[in-house]
Design a protein around this ligand. Structure first.
Ligand SMILES: O=c1ccn([C@@H]2O[C@H](COP(=O)(O)O)[C@@H](O)[C@H]2O)c(=O)[nH]1
Length: 598
């Protein structure tokens, strides 16, 4: 743990089911390798995760089973540990590489910026040489201008203890927002390629598909169909990512998928019992002959030391490995060098992305639209011109907690290098309808690559309904009726069961027993795709024209929406509005408005 991390709090736990082949998964860690310094239940750091993996490998060796680690991308953007240096990731890549990851792939965030994609190719791929897979991704060699595979397309290997023959692929969803030094091939095209068709005809005990892909997205459907077309019953294990949720999919009795949340909150655990393999012990071989299909089990591990001690059966003294401790020290040193604890001000209260309703006084997006945008969206040359300022909600990435607002917090909230752009003097009659179009979509966006869901926080890709106190009460009632595991714990006296900590209460295709820690539930309210602030509007009546100002990420959607409104604007009409990034503007706002000590 980092020195300033809060101590984990004891909670009722579920143990990890072991199999012949077991996995630990990270995904969408977004630079949170220092762990959560304001949330006790996710307070373990990358060093602790290294100790955990090493202790679990020792356990696996003792049991004669195998343990593999996978990471499914979006390792960068979202935390000062990556975003706080120039160039970005100065300390990050050295910290990341200390974990022994067996199969690793790329996420969309590694590709938004050309410099990040180049670092991925030059640093991360060699750091995980032979284990980094890029089944549908090429990098444009800057010297030749020609595409080369980002990394090897697939990997075939045999596990150490059980001799299980694994064929692994590493995919990225059909992403189109990448910088022009990479080429993402749609999965549906890749599966037609000769190398892929030959690979899926190989005789193996398990196909392992890791990807920065949502479990129920069209890409995994295509891959599943392609493999099942050749191998009707070879077990397939999928690992997914991207939508930041804990999730599980059962494609058939022999093909399952796991997705391990986001931001180092969750370590995914997957175990498969009954796989073929050359090194089985005699009695188990007999048992396996009678077993028709393997069994798949999953857990979502809360990333904290209480859980790590619980799952390894170790304690403060016996748990940490030298390697893990050294990596925690590396992270602490990097945070100090980057001055991530430098305080800009003190947040007077919590502001929530999705735990509070929008609009409301506790909503992060109401704060952005009402308090921040009207102050930071300024251009001296356009002073006094009526302006509509728009930002997508996906541009903010995490809640603000009451208390110190540090350099780290600015990147946690707003990691992107987005600046504001302007189209000047847009007729107000057209400009005023843009927000509604972006929030409510419609056919104009469905027929293009511009699905407006890309504007909102990724969690909303999968959580399609609000989770309110009323729905939670109904769930609790339903669970009670069907005697679910949590209920007796919730209703026991305080002496028998500690107060439950609010957190994940996952319901997925595996049921409602996936979380390793039993939590009390939290609310989730969906938010619009974009918010808007009117600035320098006349006291009465509507302006004739406005400056339409927006974060650069949403330019394609703005131009499309204007076209739909009958306005003929193009890229040539878009100009720069601010020299500073939204992150820098936010930091300035905090200094000016919340500058007192906590
Ligand atoms: O410059 C950017 C890049 C991304 N976003 C938002 O992030 C999501 C994607 O997040 P994942 O972590 O990859 O799921 C994207 O849809 C945008 O909403 C952004 O606002 N600006």
């Amino acid at each position: 743990e980092q020195p300033s991390a809060p101590n984990p709090v004891a909670a009722p736990m579920r143990s990890l089911p072991w199999g012949d082949l077991n996995f630990l998964q990270t995904t969408d860690t977004h630079g949170w390798q220092a762990g959560h310094l304001q949330e006790a239940q996710y307070s373990a750091d990358w060093g602790d995760y290294i100790s955990f993996a090493e202790r679990m490998r020792e356990k696996a060796d003792t049991m004669g089973v195998d343990l593999l680690l996978v990471d499914t991308g979006d390792r960068i953007e979202g935390n000062g540990l990556y975003d706080g240096s120039t160039p970005k990731g100065e300390y990050f890549y050295d910290i990341m590489k200390e974990q022994h990851i067996d199969v690793i792939c790329t996420g969309n965030h590694e590709l938004y910026q050309a410099d990040a994609a180049a670092r991925e190719y030059d640093i991360t791929v060699p750091n995980f040489s032979g284990r980094y897979l890029a089944s549908n991704l090429d990098y444009i060699n800057p010297e030749t201008g020609k595409p080369v595979p980002m990394a090897q397309r697939y990997r075939k290997f045999t596990t150490k203890n059980r001799g299980i023959r694994v064929l692994a692929f590493g995919f990225l969803f059909d992403f189109t927002g990448n910088a022009n030094n990479t080429v993402v091939q749609p999965v549906e095209q890749t599966i037609k390629e000769d190398w892929f068709q030959e690979a899926i005809r190989e005789d193996v005990d398990l196909f392992l598909i890791i990807g920065h892909v949502t479990l129920r997205g069209p890409e995994y459907k295509a891959l599943y169909d392609a493999i099942r077309g050749q191998k009707w019953d070879t077990p397939i294990q999928f690992f997914g990512g991207h939508s930041h949720i804990r999730n599980y999919a059962k494609y058939d009795s022999n093909a399952h998928g796991l997705q391990a949340g986001r931001y180092m909150e969750t370590i995914g655990w997957m175990s498969i019992k009954g796989l073929g393999g050359s090194k089985k012990v005699e009695e188990e071989s007999r048992e396996l002959k009678t077993r028709s299909t393997p069994t798949f089990k999953r857990r979502y591990i809360d990333n904290n030391l209480f859980g790590y001690h619980y799952h390894t059966g170790l304690n403060d003294t016996t748990f940490p490995t030298e390697h893990g401790k050294n990596v925690s020290a590396m992270i602490n040193d990097a945070r100090k060098e980057l001055k991530l604890d430098h305080t800009f001000g003190c947040a007077p209260k919590d502001l929530w992305m999705s735990r509070a309703k929008y609009p409301s006084s506790d909503s992060l997006f109401s704060w952005l639209e009402k308090e921040v945008l009207p102050v930071v969206v300024v251009n001296e040359e356009r002073k006094g011109v009526p302006t509509l300022a728009l930002a997508n909600t996906g541009t903010l990435r995490f809640d603000v907690f009451k208390g110190a607002f540090t350099k780290d917090t600015t990147f946690i909230i707003s990691p992107f290098v987005s600046k504001f752009l302007v189209i000047k003097d847009v007729p107000y009659k057209s400009a005023k309808g843009i927000l509604d179009l972006l929030n409510n979509g419609g056919p104009v966006f469905e027929t293009s690559d511009f699905h407006t869901s890309q504007l909102a926080p990724p969690e909303q890709l999968s959580v399609l309904e609000d989770i309110t106190p009323a729905t939670l009460a109904q769930d609790h009632f339903d669970a009670f009726k069907s005697q679910q595991e949590q209920i007796p714990l919730i209703s026991r006296s305080e002496k028998d069961s500690p107060d439950l900590i609010p957190g994940y209460t996952t319901k997925d295709e595996g049921g409602s027993d996936g979380d390793d820690t039993i939590h009390s539930p939290i609310t989730f309210y969906r938010v619009p795709n974009c918010v808007q602030a009117p600035i320098s509007f006349p006291a009465e009546g509507d302006p004739e024209n406005v400056d339409l100002v927006f974060v650069d990420f949403i330019q394609p959607w703005i131009l499309m929406a204007l076209q739909f409104k009958g306005e003929k604007y193009g890229k040539q009409d878009v100009q720069s509005y601010t020299n500073s990034t939204l992150t820098e503007l936010l930091a300035g706002w905090i200094k000016d408005n919340w500058s007192h000590d906590c």
